[in-house]
Design a protein around this ligand. Structure first.
Ligand code: ZN
Ligand code: FE
Length: 261
């Protein structure tokens, strides 16, 4: 499975999964159709699946047009998003599996950004290979999605599930927000050397107009405050003592500060 990253709109990424053996493709969160159709043509591949993570228009906006061109494509999205995903045919829940080509993805139900948000995780095909996580607007490189329809407790549960995946998992998030996320992260953990190093790398990458997605989950675990809400440094920065029960509050304060950053 080859993964093609297509930048669209101001800061969205659409991901095209290509199975060269069968000349088929699947698309994750097609915000718009046109650049996806161009890429399909370039690859000579037919679209067989649309994987949506949540209902926001910058994730489903291209569904209808893609279905006009590929009426046989199957639209997958979360069961809780029933009624708000254009063309949805399959309603997915935690633990469900979906196949594309010779790969099978596990579905995680990860409410918080929205109440129906899901992620698709393709485990590695060999021990030395990376898994692929398509997490929409839940984990961002260096940050996380806003809580539009969910609570800090839900987001802690959701990110907690994703945080358990292997460090070498590639995180394919749906927006290029990394630089501003890391600017905020440094205000939370100025003493985190891995974070300072990452910030410099990302600054240079963005100056060269390079994408910072995908990132590696291990790097998120060591530098992204939204995967570190329960670390003593982050909890202290959020004014929490570290006693049990304060973790969710730490996350909520952290998310609130980012909203105002
Ligand atoms: Zn969204
Ligand atoms: Fe989005």
């Amino acid at each position: 499975m080859q993964i093609h990253r297509i930048p669209v709109l101001s800061d969205n990424y659409v991901f095209l999964l290509h199975d060269a053996a069968t000349d088929t493709a699947a698309v994750v969160d097609p915000a718009v159709a046109k650049p996806v159709l161009s890429k399909l043509e370039e690859l000579g591949a037919g679209l067989v699946a649309i994987f949506n993570t949540h209902h926001h228009s910058d994730h489903v906006g291209g569904n209808r047009k893609l279905l006009q061109r590929f009426p046989e494509a199957v639209v997958y999205a979360g069961a809780e998003d029933r009624g708000r995903i254009p063309g949805q045919q399959v309603e997915l829940s935690e633990g469900d599996r979906v196949t594309f080509g010779d790969r099978t993805a596990q579905v995680f139900f990860i409410p918080g950004h929205t109440r129906g948000h899901i992620a698709y995780y393709f485990p590695p095909i060999a021990e030395d290979k990376a898994g692929e996580l398509f997490c929409g607007d839940t984990i961002f490189a260096g940050g996380c999605g806003r809580l539009f329809e969910g609570t800090p407790a839900q987001m802690v549960d959701s990110i907690g599930k994703l945080r358990q995946l292997p460090d070498n998992t590639r995180v394919w998030c749906a927006h290029e927000y990394t630089l501003s996320n890391l600017k905020f992260a440094i205000t939370v953990e100025p003493g985190n050397g891995d974070l300072q190093a990452r910030f410099k790398q990302v600054q240079q990458a963005r100056q060269r107009d390079e994408a910072t997605v995908p990132s590696l989950l291990g790097l998120e675990k060591s530098t992204n405050p939204f995967l570190r809400w329960d670390q003593p440094t982050v909890m202290a920065a959020m004014g929490q003592s570290g006693e049990r029960g304060d973790e969710v509050r730490s996350f909520g304060i952290l998310r609130g500060k980012k909203d105002l950053f």
